[in-house]
Write a protein that binds this ligand. Structure first.
Ligand SMILES: NC(=O)C1=CN([C@@H]2O[C@H](COP(=O)(O)OP(=O)(O)OC[C@H]3O[C@@H](n4cnc5c(N)ncnc54)[C@H](OP(=O)(O)O)[C@@H]3O)[C@@H](O)[C@H]2O)C=CC1
Ligand SMILES: O=C1OC[C@@H](O)[C@@H](O)[C@@H]1O
Length: 335
């Protein structure tokens, strides 16, 4: 039975995700509706992607009984209201990262999903790439020995991307790029709560975070560190080091296809996407999370075992602490 998707908002990532869904067998995934704040834009998107139903409001899509799961592709501050809207209408939800602007928002969404017995997942698509699955396998086999340190970097000049420098839209590197680094560190250290968090960083002229470095001490004398930046290019790699060796996820670490383990290079090419256009790097890699959502729903799961809701809450808690440490507050923090 095909999983019936509704796409909420017609922006850049929504276009990429819809493109990916339409490469999948129609017997497994179908995009049945799309909604935007403006009907004409929704209709244009529907024409581009051959979607049967277009709405001029998210509310109308939420009421569409033919939609089983909503994909939330709005900008950060609009994630919570649209997630809550779709949950209230009984939809399963896949929400783009970061699911919330802060931990309070994430917890509100998680509580709502749990109270309604509905599936909710944060689209940390990185965790579903074969290269990252291979890293998890290497770690589980003890190939690196006793872990000592993990480092991650993600920096690119995003000052030409309006939402990235817009304080009102919760811009900056931490929520947008830093979350990728942090989720690697948290994954490697088993979703444990760090014992100590410290951070230094600079603000961009619009009040969002520009470049931030974070140090995280975990139980057992191990630690992780990351740097994210919206103005300076960084290596965009992840390294995991233990007493028996080093593993590296090569750039682009947030959507990787290459893993190096103790010097041995392994490639995990994306599925072919002939004549498909994407707005973002390795967009075809969203196929993995899309398949995962369907697998979860077929099993009757209410959350992903790969990116559990408690992990989304933990990531948000840590990012809150980092923002507080470097003096970045958003309007949502005042509630
Ligand atoms: N997984 C990944 O690889 C990626 C994830 N993302 C995530 O996806 C989300 C969207 O990013 P992206 O597609 O670049 O965003 P866009 O700039 O394309 O905006 C997405 C949608 O947000 C709505 N929107 C835009 N501006 C405003 C505003 N000021 N107030 C209210 N709503 C607004 C619009 O919805 P409407 O269409 O209804 O008008 C727009 O289409 C982000 O949270 C980002 O973190 C982004 C890129 C890659
Ligand atoms: O998640 C994303 O992918 C990498 C960057 O383009 C970032 O802005 C985007 O949100």
């Amino acid at each position: 039975m095909a999983l019936r998707w509704g796409i909420v908002s017609v922006g850049l990532i929504s276009s990429d995700f819809t493109t990916v869904l339409r490469t999948l067998p129609r017997s497994e995934h179908q995009v049945v509706a799309v909604a935007a704040r403006d009907l004409s834009r929704a209709e244009e998107f529907a024409r581009k992607h051959d979607i049967p139903k277009a709405y001029g409001s998210y509310e109308e899509l939420a009421k569409d009984l033919n939609v089983e799961v909503a994909y939330i592709g709005t900008q950060h501050p609009q994630h919570k209201p649209t997630v809550l809207l779709c949950l209230a209408a009984g939809k399963a939800v896949l929400c783009e990262k970061p699911m919330g602007v802060n931990a309070a928002e994430v917890r509100e969404m998680v509580a709502e999903a749990r109270s309604r017995g509905l599936f909710l997942m944060e689209a940390i698509w990185t965790r579903f790439f074969p290269a990252v699955e291979a890293l998890r396998s290497v770690l589980a086999q003890g190939t690196l020995g006793d872990l000592r340190v993990i480092r991650a970097e993600f920096g690119k000049n995003l000052t030409n991307v309006p939402r990235s420098i817009d304080w009102a839209q919760a811009g900056g590197g931490l929520l947008d790029l830093g979350i990728y680094c942090l989720q690697f560190i948290s994954m490697v250290f088993g979703g444990q709560k760090p014992e100590k968090i410290s951070a230094v960083g600079r603000h961009y002229e619009t009040g969002v975070d520009d470049t931030v470095s974070v140090l995280l001490q975990y139980p057992g004398g191990v630690h992780g560190s990351f740097t994210c930046s919206i103005t300076a290019p960084l290596s965009n790699m992840v390294s995991v080091s233990g007493t028996k060796g080093l593993a590296q996820i090569l750039s682009p670490c947030w959507c990787p296809t290459e893993l190096v383990v103790k010097g041995e290079h392994k490639e995990f090419p994306l599925p072919p996407a002939p004549d498909k256009e994407f707005n973002f790097t390795n967009g075809m890699g969203m196929i993995y999370e899309a398949k995962h959502v369907r697998e979860c729903l077929q099993k009757g799961l209410k959350e992903s075992p790969v990116i559990p809701l408690a992990e989304s809450e933990l990531l948000a808690d840590i990012l809150d602490e980092v923002r507080k440490a470097i003096g970045i507050t958003f309007p949502q923090d005042k509630h």
